[in-house]
Design a protein around this ligand. Structure first.
Ligand code: NAD
Length: 417
Protein backbone atom coordinates (compact mmCIF):
# COMPACT_ATOMS: atom_id res chain seq x y z
CA UNK A 1 0.00 0.00 0.00
CA UNK A 2 1.30 3.52 -0.73
CA UNK A 3 2.98 5.40 2.08
CA UNK A 4 0.52 8.29 2.25
CA UNK A 5 -0.15 10.05 5.54
CA UNK A 6 -3.92 9.71 6.11
CA UNK A 7 -3.98 12.90 8.20
CA UNK A 8 -2.73 14.83 5.15
CA UNK A 9 -5.50 13.14 3.10
CA UNK A 10 -8.10 14.28 5.63
CA UNK A 11 -6.86 17.88 5.52
CA UNK A 12 -6.95 17.80 1.72
CA UNK A 13 -10.54 16.51 1.75
CA UNK A 14 -11.57 19.34 4.10
CA UNK A 15 -9.81 21.95 1.95
CA UNK A 16 -11.60 20.61 -1.14
CA UNK A 17 -14.98 21.03 0.56
CA UNK A 18 -14.15 24.32 2.31
CA UNK A 19 -14.28 26.14 -1.04
CA UNK A 20 -18.06 25.54 -1.04
CA UNK A 21 -18.65 26.50 2.61
CA UNK A 22 -19.24 29.97 3.98
CA UNK A 23 -16.63 30.10 6.80
CA UNK A 24 -13.38 31.91 7.48
CA UNK A 25 -9.91 30.31 7.35
CA UNK A 26 -9.72 30.27 11.15
CA UNK A 27 -12.87 28.19 11.47
CA UNK A 28 -11.75 25.81 8.69
CA UNK A 29 -8.34 25.57 10.36
CA UNK A 30 -9.99 24.46 13.58
CA UNK A 31 -11.81 21.73 11.64
CA UNK A 32 -8.51 20.32 10.34
CA UNK A 33 -6.87 19.83 13.73
CA UNK A 34 -7.75 17.77 16.78
CA UNK A 35 -8.73 19.40 20.05
CA UNK A 36 -6.81 16.93 22.22
CA UNK A 37 -4.33 14.04 21.83
CA UNK A 38 -3.38 11.42 24.41
CA UNK A 39 -0.09 9.79 23.47
CA UNK A 40 1.16 7.22 25.95
CA UNK A 41 3.35 4.14 26.28
CA UNK A 42 1.82 1.25 28.16
CA UNK A 43 4.09 -1.14 30.11
CA UNK A 44 2.37 -4.50 30.43
CA UNK A 45 3.30 -7.81 32.10
CA UNK A 46 3.66 -10.69 29.63
CA UNK A 47 2.93 -14.35 30.39
CA UNK A 48 6.64 -15.22 30.46
CA UNK A 49 7.34 -12.67 33.21
CA UNK A 50 8.79 -9.99 30.92
CA UNK A 51 7.41 -6.44 30.60
CA UNK A 52 6.62 -5.09 27.14
CA UNK A 53 5.93 -1.52 25.94
CA UNK A 54 3.06 -0.49 23.63
CA UNK A 55 2.51 2.93 22.05
CA UNK A 56 -1.13 3.96 22.44
CA UNK A 57 -3.14 7.01 21.35
CA UNK A 58 -6.55 8.59 21.83
CA UNK A 59 -7.43 11.60 19.71
CA UNK A 60 -10.44 13.76 20.55
CA UNK A 61 -10.86 15.60 17.28
CA UNK A 62 -13.96 17.73 17.69
CA UNK A 63 -16.72 17.92 20.32
CA UNK A 64 -18.89 20.70 18.91
CA UNK A 65 -21.86 18.42 18.17
CA UNK A 66 -21.72 16.20 21.26
CA UNK A 67 -19.53 13.74 23.18
CA UNK A 68 -16.44 12.49 21.30
CA UNK A 69 -17.08 9.13 19.64
CA UNK A 70 -14.85 6.64 17.88
CA UNK A 71 -13.35 3.18 17.83
CA UNK A 72 -10.11 1.68 19.09
CA UNK A 73 -7.83 -0.12 16.64
CA UNK A 74 -5.10 -2.69 17.36
CA UNK A 75 -2.71 -2.82 14.41
CA UNK A 76 1.07 -2.62 13.88
CA UNK A 77 0.65 0.33 11.47
CA UNK A 78 -1.13 2.54 14.03
CA UNK A 79 0.53 5.97 14.30
CA UNK A 80 -0.53 9.20 15.94
CA UNK A 81 -1.28 10.74 12.54
CA UNK A 82 -3.36 7.75 11.47
CA UNK A 83 -5.42 8.10 14.64
CA UNK A 84 -5.78 11.87 14.03
CA UNK A 85 -7.17 11.15 10.56
CA UNK A 86 -9.53 8.47 11.77
CA UNK A 87 -10.75 10.80 14.56
CA UNK A 88 -11.43 13.54 12.00
CA UNK A 89 -13.32 11.14 9.75
CA UNK A 90 -15.45 10.16 12.77
CA UNK A 91 -16.33 13.82 13.34
CA UNK A 92 -17.58 14.25 9.79
CA UNK A 93 -19.21 10.82 9.68
CA UNK A 94 -21.33 11.60 12.76
CA UNK A 95 -22.27 14.93 11.17
CA UNK A 96 -23.21 13.33 7.81
CA UNK A 97 -25.67 10.95 9.46
CA UNK A 98 -26.69 13.72 11.87
CA UNK A 99 -26.21 11.91 15.16
CA UNK A 100 -25.33 14.04 18.21
CA UNK A 101 -21.65 13.17 18.57
CA UNK A 102 -18.28 14.68 17.93
CA UNK A 103 -15.38 12.55 16.68
CA UNK A 104 -12.52 10.62 18.29
CA UNK A 105 -10.39 7.54 17.63
CA UNK A 106 -7.88 5.41 19.52
CA UNK A 107 -5.27 2.85 18.70
CA UNK A 108 -2.45 0.70 20.03
CA UNK A 109 0.48 -0.01 17.69
CA UNK A 110 0.84 -3.79 17.83
CA UNK A 111 -0.31 -7.00 16.16
CA UNK A 112 -2.67 -8.70 18.61
CA UNK A 113 -2.29 -12.07 16.88
CA UNK A 114 0.94 -12.77 18.74
CA UNK A 115 -0.57 -12.40 22.24
CA UNK A 116 -2.54 -14.63 24.64
CA UNK A 117 -6.05 -13.69 25.82
CA UNK A 118 -4.62 -12.83 29.24
CA UNK A 119 -1.98 -10.53 27.71
CA UNK A 120 -4.61 -8.84 25.52
CA UNK A 121 -6.78 -8.28 28.57
CA UNK A 122 -3.89 -6.68 30.49
CA UNK A 123 -2.94 -4.48 27.48
CA UNK A 124 -6.57 -3.38 27.07
CA UNK A 125 -7.07 -2.69 30.77
CA UNK A 126 -3.78 -0.74 30.93
CA UNK A 127 -5.06 1.44 28.07
CA UNK A 128 -8.44 1.81 29.81
CA UNK A 129 -6.65 3.14 32.92
CA UNK A 130 -5.00 5.83 30.76
CA UNK A 131 -8.33 6.58 29.03
CA UNK A 132 -10.26 6.83 32.28
CA UNK A 133 -9.93 10.63 32.82
CA UNK A 134 -10.92 11.30 29.20
CA UNK A 135 -13.83 8.94 28.60
CA UNK A 136 -17.38 8.69 29.96
CA UNK A 137 -20.91 8.39 28.59
CA UNK A 138 -21.12 12.19 28.36
CA UNK A 139 -17.44 12.80 27.40
CA UNK A 140 -15.92 10.32 25.00
CA UNK A 141 -17.29 6.91 24.05
CA UNK A 142 -14.93 4.30 22.53
CA UNK A 143 -16.11 1.44 20.29
CA UNK A 144 -14.55 -1.45 18.33
CA UNK A 145 -12.45 -1.01 15.20
CA UNK A 146 -9.90 -3.19 13.41
CA UNK A 147 -8.91 -6.17 15.62
CA UNK A 148 -11.08 -5.17 18.58
CA UNK A 149 -14.60 -6.28 19.39
CA UNK A 150 -17.09 -7.00 22.14
CA UNK A 151 -14.49 -8.62 24.39
CA UNK A 152 -12.20 -5.57 24.43
CA UNK A 153 -15.16 -3.22 24.93
CA UNK A 154 -16.34 -5.26 27.92
CA UNK A 155 -12.83 -5.02 29.45
CA UNK A 156 -12.76 -1.24 28.99
CA UNK A 157 -16.23 -0.83 30.48
CA UNK A 158 -15.37 -3.06 33.43
CA UNK A 159 -12.07 -1.23 34.13
CA UNK A 160 -13.78 2.17 33.94
CA UNK A 161 -16.74 1.15 36.10
CA UNK A 162 -14.51 -0.50 38.70
CA UNK A 163 -12.21 2.53 39.02
CA UNK A 164 -15.10 5.03 38.96
CA UNK A 165 -17.20 2.87 41.34
CA UNK A 166 -20.22 3.30 39.10
CA UNK A 167 -22.44 1.55 36.59
CA UNK A 168 -22.11 3.33 33.26
CA UNK A 169 -22.60 0.94 30.31
CA UNK A 170 -22.84 3.89 27.89
CA UNK A 171 -19.09 4.59 28.41
CA UNK A 172 -18.37 2.27 25.46
CA UNK A 173 -20.46 0.82 22.65
CA UNK A 174 -20.09 -2.39 20.69
CA UNK A 175 -20.41 -4.38 23.93
CA UNK A 176 -21.70 -7.94 24.15
CA UNK A 177 -25.51 -8.06 24.53
CA UNK A 178 -25.09 -9.44 28.07
CA UNK A 179 -23.16 -6.27 29.01
CA UNK A 180 -25.56 -3.78 27.47
CA UNK A 181 -24.72 -4.21 23.78
CA UNK A 182 -27.34 -3.60 21.10
CA UNK A 183 -28.93 -6.11 18.79
CA UNK A 184 -27.74 -5.48 15.24
CA UNK A 185 -24.46 -3.74 16.19
CA UNK A 186 -22.06 -6.35 14.77
CA UNK A 187 -23.71 -6.25 11.32
CA UNK A 188 -24.38 -2.50 11.32
CA UNK A 189 -21.33 -1.34 9.35
CA UNK A 190 -21.84 -3.85 6.56
CA UNK A 191 -25.57 -3.06 6.60
CA UNK A 192 -24.93 0.64 5.94
CA UNK A 193 -22.59 -0.35 3.10
CA UNK A 194 -25.35 -2.48 1.57
CA UNK A 195 -27.95 0.29 2.08
CA UNK A 196 -25.64 2.86 0.48
CA UNK A 197 -24.99 0.57 -2.49
CA UNK A 198 -28.71 -0.14 -2.90
CA UNK A 199 -29.56 3.58 -2.81
CA UNK A 200 -26.64 4.38 -5.13
CA UNK A 201 -27.78 1.91 -7.79
CA UNK A 202 -31.37 3.20 -7.49
CA UNK A 203 -30.09 6.77 -7.83
CA UNK A 204 -28.15 5.78 -10.95
CA UNK A 205 -31.29 4.17 -12.36
CA UNK A 206 -29.91 0.63 -12.45
CA UNK A 207 -31.04 -1.27 -9.35
CA UNK A 208 -28.75 -3.47 -7.26
CA UNK A 209 -30.43 -6.72 -8.34
CA UNK A 210 -27.98 -8.64 -10.52
CA UNK A 211 -25.10 -6.18 -10.08
CA UNK A 212 -21.71 -7.88 -9.85
CA UNK A 213 -19.57 -7.01 -6.82
CA UNK A 214 -15.96 -7.37 -5.63
CA UNK A 215 -15.23 -6.91 -1.91
CA UNK A 216 -11.68 -6.24 -0.71
CA UNK A 217 -11.32 -7.29 2.97
CA UNK A 218 -13.44 -10.06 4.44
CA UNK A 219 -13.55 -8.99 8.10
CA UNK A 220 -16.44 -7.56 10.04
CA UNK A 221 -17.35 -4.81 7.58
CA UNK A 222 -16.58 -6.67 4.33
CA UNK A 223 -18.08 -10.07 5.11
CA UNK A 224 -21.37 -8.60 6.34
CA UNK A 225 -21.56 -6.22 3.38
CA UNK A 226 -20.99 -9.19 1.04
CA UNK A 227 -23.71 -11.26 2.74
CA UNK A 228 -26.28 -8.45 2.73
CA UNK A 229 -25.51 -7.46 -0.88
CA UNK A 230 -26.05 -11.10 -1.80
CA UNK A 231 -29.37 -11.01 0.13
CA UNK A 232 -30.62 -8.03 -1.93
CA UNK A 233 -29.85 -9.79 -5.21
CA UNK A 234 -26.33 -8.65 -6.10
CA UNK A 235 -23.81 -11.24 -7.25
CA UNK A 236 -20.60 -11.12 -5.19
CA UNK A 237 -18.06 -12.62 -7.58
CA UNK A 238 -14.79 -11.79 -5.75
CA UNK A 239 -13.67 -11.36 -2.13
CA UNK A 240 -10.22 -11.11 -0.58
CA UNK A 241 -8.40 -10.80 2.71
CA UNK A 242 -4.80 -9.95 3.60
CA UNK A 243 -3.62 -13.31 2.20
CA UNK A 244 -5.37 -13.13 -1.20
CA UNK A 245 -8.73 -13.59 -2.83
CA UNK A 246 -11.15 -15.90 -4.62
CA UNK A 247 -13.35 -15.46 -7.70
CA UNK A 248 -16.44 -17.21 -9.10
CA UNK A 249 -18.06 -16.03 -12.34
CA UNK A 250 -21.57 -16.99 -11.21
CA UNK A 251 -21.16 -15.50 -7.72
CA UNK A 252 -19.66 -16.88 -4.52
CA UNK A 253 -21.72 -18.62 -1.85
CA UNK A 254 -20.99 -16.02 0.83
CA UNK A 255 -22.25 -18.16 3.71
CA UNK A 256 -19.90 -20.96 2.65
CA UNK A 257 -16.94 -18.52 2.22
CA UNK A 258 -17.62 -17.19 5.74
CA UNK A 259 -17.57 -20.73 7.14
CA UNK A 260 -14.36 -21.51 5.21
CA UNK A 261 -12.70 -18.32 6.54
CA UNK A 262 -13.78 -19.12 10.11
CA UNK A 263 -12.38 -22.65 9.86
CA UNK A 264 -9.12 -21.91 7.99
CA UNK A 265 -8.42 -18.24 8.79
CA UNK A 266 -8.47 -17.15 5.12
CA UNK A 267 -10.79 -16.95 2.11
CA UNK A 268 -8.05 -18.50 -0.07
CA UNK A 269 -8.50 -22.18 -0.81
CA UNK A 270 -12.31 -21.92 -0.84
CA UNK A 271 -13.43 -24.98 -2.80
CA UNK A 272 -16.48 -23.28 -4.37
CA UNK A 273 -14.36 -20.68 -6.21
CA UNK A 274 -13.41 -20.86 -9.91
CA UNK A 275 -9.96 -19.47 -9.16
CA UNK A 276 -7.75 -17.59 -6.72
CA UNK A 277 -6.88 -13.94 -7.39
CA UNK A 278 -4.49 -11.39 -5.94
CA UNK A 279 -5.62 -8.16 -4.30
CA UNK A 280 -4.47 -6.19 -7.34
CA UNK A 281 -6.60 -8.41 -9.57
CA UNK A 282 -9.58 -7.98 -7.25
CA UNK A 283 -9.35 -4.18 -7.37
CA UNK A 284 -9.23 -4.35 -11.18
CA UNK A 285 -12.01 -6.97 -11.49
CA UNK A 286 -14.61 -6.44 -14.22
CA UNK A 287 -17.56 -5.78 -11.88
CA UNK A 288 -20.30 -3.17 -11.45
CA UNK A 289 -19.46 -2.37 -7.82
CA UNK A 290 -16.18 -2.36 -5.91
CA UNK A 291 -16.34 -2.36 -2.10
CA UNK A 292 -12.98 -1.66 -0.41
CA UNK A 293 -13.44 -2.97 3.15
CA UNK A 294 -9.86 -3.48 4.38
CA UNK A 295 -7.66 -0.53 5.37
CA UNK A 296 -6.84 3.01 4.25
CA UNK A 297 -4.83 3.78 1.06
CA UNK A 298 -5.85 0.49 -0.58
CA UNK A 299 -6.30 2.26 -3.93
CA UNK A 300 -3.73 4.79 -5.17
CA UNK A 301 -3.69 6.71 -8.46
CA UNK A 302 -2.04 3.86 -10.38
CA UNK A 303 -4.50 1.24 -9.09
CA UNK A 304 -7.38 3.65 -9.70
CA UNK A 305 -6.55 3.69 -13.42
CA UNK A 306 -7.06 -0.10 -13.48
CA UNK A 307 -10.41 -0.09 -11.64
CA UNK A 308 -13.13 -1.35 -13.96
CA UNK A 309 -16.13 -0.95 -11.64
CA UNK A 310 -17.96 2.31 -12.26
CA UNK A 311 -19.37 2.48 -8.71
CA UNK A 312 -17.28 2.31 -5.52
CA UNK A 313 -18.86 2.15 -2.08
CA UNK A 314 -16.29 2.58 0.68
CA UNK A 315 -16.79 0.25 3.64
CA UNK A 316 -13.26 0.90 4.97
CA UNK A 317 -12.16 4.28 6.28
CA UNK A 318 -10.06 6.21 3.78
CA UNK A 319 -9.44 3.38 1.27
CA UNK A 320 -8.78 5.78 -1.65
CA UNK A 321 -5.89 8.21 -1.66
CA UNK A 322 -6.78 11.79 -2.75
CA UNK A 323 -4.91 11.16 -6.03
CA UNK A 324 -6.95 8.02 -6.61
CA UNK A 325 -10.09 10.06 -5.98
CA UNK A 326 -9.06 12.55 -8.67
CA UNK A 327 -8.37 9.78 -11.18
CA UNK A 328 -11.72 8.14 -10.48
CA UNK A 329 -13.63 11.44 -10.74
CA UNK A 330 -11.93 12.10 -14.10
CA UNK A 331 -12.94 8.61 -15.22
CA UNK A 332 -16.61 9.23 -14.16
CA UNK A 333 -16.53 6.53 -11.49
CA UNK A 334 -19.08 7.25 -8.76
CA UNK A 335 -17.51 7.03 -5.29
CA UNK A 336 -19.92 6.85 -2.36
CA UNK A 337 -17.72 7.81 0.58
CA UNK A 338 -16.82 6.07 3.82
CA UNK A 339 -18.36 8.76 6.00
CA UNK A 340 -21.75 7.63 4.70
CA UNK A 341 -21.22 4.02 3.65
CA UNK A 342 -19.70 2.72 6.89
CA UNK A 343 -21.62 5.04 9.22
CA UNK A 344 -23.90 2.17 10.26
CA UNK A 345 -21.40 1.16 12.94
CA UNK A 346 -21.45 4.47 14.73
CA UNK A 347 -25.19 4.91 14.13
CA UNK A 348 -26.03 1.64 15.89
CA UNK A 349 -23.45 2.56 18.54
CA UNK A 350 -25.57 5.66 19.05
CA UNK A 351 -28.68 3.47 19.33
CA UNK A 352 -26.82 1.30 21.87
CA UNK A 353 -25.94 4.39 23.92
CA UNK A 354 -29.57 5.59 23.76
CA UNK A 355 -30.78 2.16 24.94
CA UNK A 356 -28.23 2.18 27.79
CA UNK A 357 -29.48 5.58 28.92
CA UNK A 358 -33.12 4.49 28.63
CA UNK A 359 -32.36 1.12 30.24
CA UNK A 360 -34.63 -0.31 27.56
CA UNK A 361 -33.58 -2.70 24.80
CA UNK A 362 -34.82 -2.41 21.24
CA UNK A 363 -35.54 -5.41 19.02
CA UNK A 364 -33.15 -6.10 16.15
CA UNK A 365 -35.95 -5.25 13.72
CA UNK A 366 -36.32 -1.80 15.30
CA UNK A 367 -32.55 -1.22 15.19
CA UNK A 368 -32.40 -2.18 11.51
CA UNK A 369 -35.45 -0.03 10.63
CA UNK A 370 -34.01 3.02 12.40
CA UNK A 371 -30.63 2.44 10.73
CA UNK A 372 -32.25 2.24 7.31
CA UNK A 373 -34.05 5.54 7.97
CA UNK A 374 -30.82 7.29 9.06
CA UNK A 375 -28.74 6.04 6.11
CA UNK A 376 -31.38 6.69 3.43
CA UNK A 377 -32.07 10.21 4.78
CA UNK A 378 -28.33 10.95 4.82
CA UNK A 379 -27.98 9.53 1.30
CA UNK A 380 -30.80 11.75 0.02
CA UNK A 381 -29.22 14.85 1.62
CA UNK A 382 -25.84 14.05 0.03
CA UNK A 383 -27.15 13.62 -3.50
CA UNK A 384 -29.24 16.78 -3.05
CA UNK A 385 -26.04 18.63 -2.06
CA UNK A 386 -24.12 16.95 -4.91
CA UNK A 387 -26.65 18.25 -7.42
CA UNK A 388 -27.18 21.73 -5.94
CA UNK A 389 -23.61 22.81 -4.97
CA UNK A 390 -21.93 22.00 -8.27
CA UNK A 391 -19.23 19.99 -6.47
CA UNK A 392 -17.06 17.56 -8.48
CA UNK A 393 -17.95 14.41 -6.55
CA UNK A 394 -20.13 12.94 -3.83
CA UNK A 395 -17.31 12.88 -1.26
CA UNK A 396 -16.95 16.65 -1.54
CA UNK A 397 -20.74 16.96 -1.16
CA UNK A 398 -20.55 14.81 1.99
CA UNK A 399 -17.84 17.01 3.48
CA UNK A 400 -19.78 20.17 2.61
CA UNK A 401 -22.86 18.83 4.44
CA UNK A 402 -20.75 17.68 7.40
CA UNK A 403 -18.66 20.86 7.66
CA UNK A 404 -21.79 23.02 7.59
CA UNK A 405 -23.30 21.04 10.47
CA UNK A 406 -20.13 21.19 12.61
CA UNK A 407 -19.63 24.89 11.83
CA UNK A 408 -23.25 25.64 12.81
CA UNK A 409 -22.73 23.92 16.17
CA UNK A 410 -19.46 25.78 16.73
CA UNK A 411 -20.77 29.23 15.83
CA UNK A 412 -24.10 28.71 17.64
CA UNK A 413 -22.17 27.98 20.84
CA UNK A 414 -20.39 31.35 20.73
CA UNK A 415 -16.86 32.00 21.89
CA UNK A 416 -15.42 30.82 25.19
CA UNK A 417 -13.34 31.95 27.04
P1 NAD B 1 -11.43 -6.55 10.42
O1 NAD B 1 -10.13 -6.69 11.10
O2 NAD B 1 -12.59 -7.35 10.91
O3 NAD B 1 -11.28 -6.91 8.85
C1 NAD B 1 -10.30 -6.37 8.05
C2 NAD B 1 -10.15 -7.30 6.83
O4 NAD B 1 -9.28 -6.71 5.88
C3 NAD B 1 -9.58 -8.67 7.16
O5 NAD B 1 -10.29 -9.66 6.44
C4 NAD B 1 -8.14 -8.57 6.64
O6 NAD B 1 -7.59 -9.82 6.30
C5 NAD B 1 -8.37 -7.70 5.43
N1 NAD B 1 -7.16 -7.06 4.93
C6 NAD B 1 -6.16 -6.43 5.60
N2 NAD B 1 -5.22 -6.00 4.74
C7 NAD B 1 -5.64 -6.34 3.51
C8 NAD B 1 -5.12 -6.17 2.20
N3 NAD B 1 -3.95 -5.56 1.98
N4 NAD B 1 -5.84 -6.65 1.17
C9 NAD B 1 -7.01 -7.27 1.36
N5 NAD B 1 -7.55 -7.46 2.56
C10 NAD B 1 -6.88 -7.01 3.62
O7 NAD B 1 -11.78 -5.00 10.41
P2 NAD B 1 -13.18 -4.30 10.16
O8 NAD B 1 -13.78 -3.97 11.47
O9 NAD B 1 -13.97 -5.07 9.16
O10 NAD B 1 -12.68 -2.92 9.53
C11 NAD B 1 -12.34 -2.81 8.14
C12 NAD B 1 -12.43 -1.34 7.77
O11 NAD B 1 -13.76 -0.87 8.05
C13 NAD B 1 -11.48 -0.41 8.52
O12 NAD B 1 -11.10 0.64 7.66
C14 NAD B 1 -12.34 0.12 9.64
O13 NAD B 1 -11.88 1.35 10.16
C15 NAD B 1 -13.65 0.26 8.89
N6 NAD B 1 -14.82 0.34 9.78
C16 NAD B 1 -15.16 -0.70 10.58
C17 NAD B 1 -16.26 -0.55 11.41
C18 NAD B 1 -16.74 -1.65 12.29
O14 NAD B 1 -17.79 -1.49 12.94
N7 NAD B 1 -16.09 -2.80 12.34
C19 NAD B 1 -17.00 0.64 11.42
C20 NAD B 1 -16.62 1.67 10.56
C21 NAD B 1 -15.52 1.50 9.74
Amino acid sequence: MPDINPFESLKEQIDDAAAYVDAGDGVIGRLKHPERVLSTTLSVDMDDGSIEQFDAYRVQFNGDRGPYKGGIRYHPNVTEDEVRALAGWMTYKCAVVDIPYGGAKGGIAFDPRGYSAGELERITRAFAVELRPLIGAERDIPAPDVNTGQREMNWIKDTYETLERTSEPGVVTGKAPSSGGSAGRVAATGRSTMLTAREAFDYLGRGIDGATVAVQGFGNAGSVAARLLDDVGASVVAVSDSRGGVYATDGLDIGAVTTHKRETGAVGGFAGADRELSNEELLAADVDLLVPAALENAVDAATARDVRADVIVEAANGPLTPDADNVLTDRDVYVFPDILANAGGVTVSYFEWVQNRQQFSWTEARVNDELERVITEAFDRLVEAYESYDVPDIRTAAYVVALERVIDAFTDAGNWP
